[in-house]
Design a protein around this ligand. Structure first.
Ligand SMILES: C[S@@+](CC[C@H](N)C(=O)[O-])C[C@H]1O[C@@H](n2cnc3c(N)ncnc32)[C@H](O)[C@@H]1O
Length: 270
């Protein structure tokens, strides 16, 4: 396209001028609807198909697998968390290759996983065509998952990579190699929701004003973090209950962010 040519809206993942788009949809179908080479980064927290040592454990409802204390308020069940190991690996490779198609060359990808699914997740990332670049542990704090006579399961992991070679990254700067962030009940909107501050650190791997994609959004914490950090967001969630929570959070966050920007503009004029 030559300089000054009008932008074809069909090449954009979200309408010109919009800062976010969130749909109640199945991830593969949603990804297939997006234009190629249109996304600046994928940051996602797919269902781990984990939460148990045996196949029988994994087939349990998500509330039985992930709610361990009587003090946690009831949250909505979520989908897609009971694939067996081979199906999980194959399924991840499918949606990861669609993510690669929609990502611009050099874009980063960050995937959450736990210790059980770490090797499979790394394999699937590469099977999907991404260049695997490393692992960043997320330390959830000393009170996480104690086990008598055994090591605590205190960390989850962010597996990351890029779509081919990385471009010039001066504007991004150096990012941390370890995240230390505790979950707080007042910041948890999904049974396995991530802390907003953690996601704010992670979205910084995407360029400012870039479009961050999360095809397994849950309560849209990635989207809220993206908006707070001056990025744009596109995502989907399959369950209606979690989608409704995510949509409400995005609407509230977008209103706050634009109010802040408005105030900052007024201050700049003084
Ligand atoms: C681990 S949770 C994400 C939680 C999110 N990071 C948050 O902070 O709220 C994964 C989400 O993916 C959704 N999911 C599972 N399979 C899906 C699919 N095929 N398409 C879209 N969403 C799916 C689940 O319902 C669940 O809410």
């Amino acid at each position: 396209m030559g300089a000054g040519s009008p932008v074809d809206e069909r090449d954009l993942p979200l309408a010109a001028g919009d800062r976010w788009r969130f749909e109640c949809a199945e991830a593969l179908a949603f990804l297939r609807s997006l234009p190629s080479s249109s996304i600046d980064g994928v940051i996602t927290d797919p269902p781990y198909s984990s939460g148990g040592a045996t196949r029988g454990d994994r087939m349990n409802a998500t509330s039985l697998k992930y709610v361990h204390t009587g003090t946690i308020v009831q949250r909505h069940e979520f989908a897609g968390d009971n694939r067996d190991q081979r199906a999980f690996a194959y399924w991840c490779a499918l949606w990861l290759s669609e993510c690669l198609r929609v990502a611009k060359a050099g874009s980063p990808i960050c995937l959450f996983t736990d210790w059980r699914q770490l090797p499979t997740t790394i394999d699937a990332l590469q099977a999907g065509g991404w260049v695997w670049r490393g692992i960043v542990p997320w330390d959830k704090g000393p009170s996480a998952r104690p086990q008598m006579g055994r090591f605590k399961s205190q960390c989850e992991y962010v597996v990351w990579g890029t779509s081919g070679a990385s471009p010039d990254l001066e504007s991004i700067g150096c990012l941390p190699g370890l995240f230390s962030e505790r979950s707080r009940n007042d910041d948890k909107h999904h049974m396995v929701g991530k802390p907003t501050a953690l996601m704010q650190e992670i979205v910084n791997i995407c360029p400012r004003e870039g479009v961050v994609l999360d095809p397994f959004s849950g309560s849209a914490t990635t989207g809220v973090a993206a908006l707070l950090e001056g990025r744009r967001f596109i995502g989907c969630e399959i369950t209606e209950s979690n989608y409704a929570i995510g949509r409400e959070r995005l609407e509230a966050c977008a209103a706050d962010v634009s109010l802040e920007a408005h105030r900052a503009g007024q201050l700049a004029l003084l």
